[in-house]
Design a protein around this ligand. Sequence first.
Ligand code: 3HC
Length: 710
Amino acid sequence: MAALIPFNDGGRRQAETNGMNPPDPDRPASIDCTHVGPVAVITFSHPPVNALSVGAGVIDALADSIGAAIADPAVGALVVMAAGDLFSAGADIADFGASANKLDRMRALTSDLIEAAHKPIVMALHGMALGGGLEFALSGHYRICAPGTKLGLPEVTLGLLPGAGGTQRLPRLIGVEAALQMMLSGTPLDASKALALGLIDRVATGDFRAEAAAWAKELVAAGPKRACDRLPAGDPAPAIDQARRGLDARSLSQAPAFIIDCVEAACTRPFAEGLALEKRLFESLIDSEASLGLRHVFFGRREVARIPGPKTSAAGVIHSVAVIGGGLMGTGIAIALLNSELKVTLIEPRAEALDKAVATIRKTIQRDVDKGRLSAAAAAHRIDSLFPSATLEACAAADLIIEAVYESMDVKRQVFVELDRIASPAAILASNTSTLDLDVIAACTRRPERVVGLHFFSPANIMKLLEIVRGRRTDPGVLAASMAFSKAIGKVGVVSGACDGFIGNRMFEEYLRQAYFLLEEGALPAQIDGALENWGMAMGPLKVMDLAGQDIGWSIRKRRAIEQPGRPYSTIPDQLCEMGRFGQKTGAGFYLYPDGRTAREDPQISALILAHSAKLGITRRAVADAQIVDRCVLALVNEGARIVEEGIAYRAVDVDMVSVFGYGFPAARGGPMFYAARMGFANVVRRIEEFAAGRNGWAWVPAALLRSNP
Ligand code: 3HC
């Protein structure tokens, strides 16, 4: 039986225990030192991203090599650069699991050896310099970049702060406001912007490696120039106050607040004290729940790409895609693909619908131009890559065909029979169904092994999740190619077995069931949504249904009433639908939407809920927010565990990534299974058993997998 282990090792343990393609074996770190006249050029390498790993020996090797060059009387200046595609992605995140103290070796390298050196040290950057990689570069005395290099401190996205001197050196180099902006957003800067801000000294015009060595030779006479010797320019108070006011009170991570504290210290305390505060706060964050959860998501989103069968990289590459259906989904999918520089044939037989889809696509791309996110030339290229067509024959040459027509088996069947006739034998035939049986769809073709589900989430050009649905006969090569395709279009692809609702909607159904029961027992919509939003969900469940359209849930519940008579739902949402309250699109659902978007509580709905409870003979009680969270979140956990148990999901982390990237589950809580592991599986089972003893306890049979994990 699968284990529900949390992990923080880049997926190695999970891959080993589940028979997946493991990550590439560790490629050893290496270091090389050559001499160009009086300049020692040190090049380090630690594939794939030059993580500055203590565990893999990178930090020690750098310290030895740099220390030797500083001590060498023949050396007048040093250049430090990296092999491969980028300078460095930062400290090794896998190091943190073992001990935060490991970073002390990196701090000693940057502060005591590099910054303190009496010979000038030039850092030569290319590709990317992120996190600890950039901090390492900031400790050097001069910086030169290859054009286009990205420089960033993304630690905040991992629930951390820059912990190798970044919070102290960055404001000294670029000022408080820009430093806060960079560290609080985590967004990297381009080399040209970095130059304008003073983060780097030069952008190379030719071969950056040769230019760095030549420049270092000139700098022998100039000597070192240390960031720690300056003070941040200007009055820091306004920028610090503004940053504090901008903190999100609901944030589960303390990292943003701590970053501001460190920057304040950089302006008000001696350098060494600032570094000491940074170290103390970094170490308190490293064990925080939020950082553990965010690091789980960092590795998890990469881990889910590891699936059995051929290696993803060996799968066929998809160049041309046809999308069938010009409705909301088809249009969103086409935009997502165009944004990824793919050629897209959009097929819609109804002329009016096709015109509308093309107009929406143009408008969405133009919006990116208006907002300065896209150049006019790039937008024109995207629009030229769209080939609208009214006939199915237009998909004959596509490598991948995505059907996104109306969610009805009859309609889909007709499409797949035709596709089987028209599509090239090598094409992958994908259905965007969110509920229908993929095996039935595949059986309409003579090539069920080429049929896969690609379940996009609306709006498809925004939402990160792509459920890749494996039918009984889907070829593993088709799955691997679909996974590679999901990465190519910037989505987090997660493979799901074929079942009603796949991973995400199946879990969401149990979550909703509890939310509706809680309405009957004593809570009102705003309390349920508020409790879950305060806990970190992007949007409460009742607001989600108002957004998605109450009619969608209604049709599913009608089907369930026949298929699963023993698993009843509250009829409250049905009553809403009977009143024509389908949510935002009708201006009313659980809430009123006077402006079409903003939810306002409606006394009529409160009265309806109270009357409904009375009719059921329920004495309404005060429901604590904590109980709302427990009931709804543990419903996700229990169904998620069952999904792993049944093999619908390969691993627990797949369930987590579906929840985080498709359903607004807070990344800082890692996902339902990670959350359950942190809570302790025995505690989860105990809680579920308590619910099982209460009203509608039939819904609470603990998954065997929860019991079998310690
Ligand atoms: N530590 C450990 N492993 C890392 C890593 C890091 N900092 N960055 C990437 N990796 C691993 C990935 O897990 C992946 O491993 P896998 O092959 O076993 O799955 C492999 O390197 C390749 O990474 P990607 O698949 O992400 O490669 P891409 O080319 O898509 O992206 C990247 C490259 C943009 C550099 C991306 O990897 C990235 O954003 N990395 C993390 C950057 C970051 O957050 N740095 C801060 C680290 S914390 C820190 O530095 C603390 C410091 O303040 C002390």
